[in-house]
Design a protein around this ligand. Structure first.
Ligand code: BJW
Ligand code: ZN
Length: 227
């Protein structure tokens, strides 16, 4: 079978070697809170300042990290691959675009963007939100992080579903497969007749669903896969 259409899903593991903490596992706590407790609309209503500080700290930390060999290899694939390619990242950091990836969607939003709950604007945002600054479009002090929280609809689902339905290779990199709908993409890809490959540090909940799996650090596995 000749390969033309590739969909790549990435998760926190692809940025781990850049020094961005993953969500689950020993470093997955923030001041004693699980991500499932901070990353919800209910948490934002309950304790707005706590949630804003959680994202302000992570946004500030982005300035001190850089793309790693896995991000660079995926950017190289994007530049060289003549067929269809879509990189679907669950990550809210900007390391894929800083490495040079262009055909990219952020299904869980972006740390470097705010979302106005009054007018719907989603301006680029690189400073703190905890001081409740006004929206640059409507002036309301109604900005939240432009992040998809539990119970909210991930972005670009129609585009993603169409790409998966048409792909002949689906590769999942550095994700635990604990969060839906992303965890279900491998099933959609299989149903579409695609080959499926997992690249992850450890076997994940979804490993048995893939045709093939390689386990190790993304900074080693991804350049080897792209070569
Ligand atoms: C390495 C490595 C190295 C380490 N190299 N690898 C019950 C059943 C089914 C579904 C649900 C359910 N109850 C609720 C739901 C739905 C819910 C959900 O899935 N919950 C689960 C907990 C069960 N999902 C949602 O709510 C989603 N929305 C939705 O479904 O909408 C539908 C709908 C809405 C409304 C009406 C009707 C329908 C939204 C999910 C949003 C997820 N958001 C988060 C937070 C983002 C904000 C933030 O960043 O703070 O996104 S959660 C968090 O998990 C983040 C991540 O993108 C996401 C995935 O995590 P990821 O990337 O997999 O990280 P880890 O840490 O889990 O794993 C890292 C992996 O890397 C590990 O495997 C390591 O081994 C590996 N690794 N180092 C390679 N060097
Ligand atoms: Zn606004």
């Amino acid at each position: 079978m000749t390969l033309r259409n590739i969909v790549i899903l990435t998760g926190a593991g692809v940025s781990a070697e850049s020094g961005v903490p993953t969500f689950r596992g020993p470093d997955g706590l923030w001041e004693g809170h699980r991500v499932e407790d901070v990353a919800t609309p209910e948490a934002f209503v309950r304790d707005r300042v706590l949630v804003q500080r959680f994202y302000d700290a992570r946004r500030a930390a982005l300035a001190g990290v850089a793309p790693n060999a896995a991000h660079r290899a995926l950017a190289q694939l994007d530049a060289e691959w003549r067929g269809e390619l879509l990189l679907v990242t669950q990550n809210v950091d900007d390391l894929h675009e800083r490495a040079g990836s262009r055909r990219l969607v952020h299904m869980h939003g972006e740390l470097n963007r705010a979302l106005c709950t009054a007018c719907g604007a989603a301006p680029e945002w690189r400073i703190a939100l905890s001081g409740n600054p006004p929206c640059p479009r409507c002036d309301a002090p109604a900005l939240r992080p432009d992040i998809v929280w539990f119970g909210e609809m991930p972005y670009q689902m129609d585009l993603i579903d169409a790409a998966i339905s048409a792909c002949d290779l689906f590769v999942s990199i550095g994700t635990s497969g604990a969060v839906y709908p992303a965890a279900g993409f491998v099933g959609l890809a299989r149903a579409a007749g695609a080959r499926t490959l997992e690249l992850n540090l450890d076997p994940s909940a979804g490993t048995p669903l893939f045709d093939a799996a390689r386990h190790g650090p993304a900074g080693t596995l991804v350049p080897a896969f792209v070569a």
